[in-house]
Write a protein that binds this ligand. Sequence first.
Ligand SMILES: [Zn+2]
Length: 102
Amino acid sequence: MSGQERSFRSKLAQLIGQKGLIRGTLLSRKRMCGKPSCRCTRGHPHESLYLVVSESGRTRQLYVPRAWEAAVRQWVRDYQQAKELMEEISRLHWDKIRNRRE
Ligand SMILES: [Zn+2]
């Protein structure tokens, strides 16, 4: 195994082994709550965070409570990074097959 592959695998193992992972995109959406006296009627809309995920061609959305925001942002980043590492490892194996070298 090359040093490069070892490095990808070790980073991937850290990502998978420690924290959460989630696939999706975060979307911040502004909205009005409907209370006539609220500040949102005067140009300061409420902002809510959603996680948007597509599954077999369908898009699903999940409201992310404020208290969960930091953790969910981290999970999304870690998922993307794990996916990139998987792609790198996959490319190395593509080359192994092509070059007939284990
Ligand atoms: Zn409001």
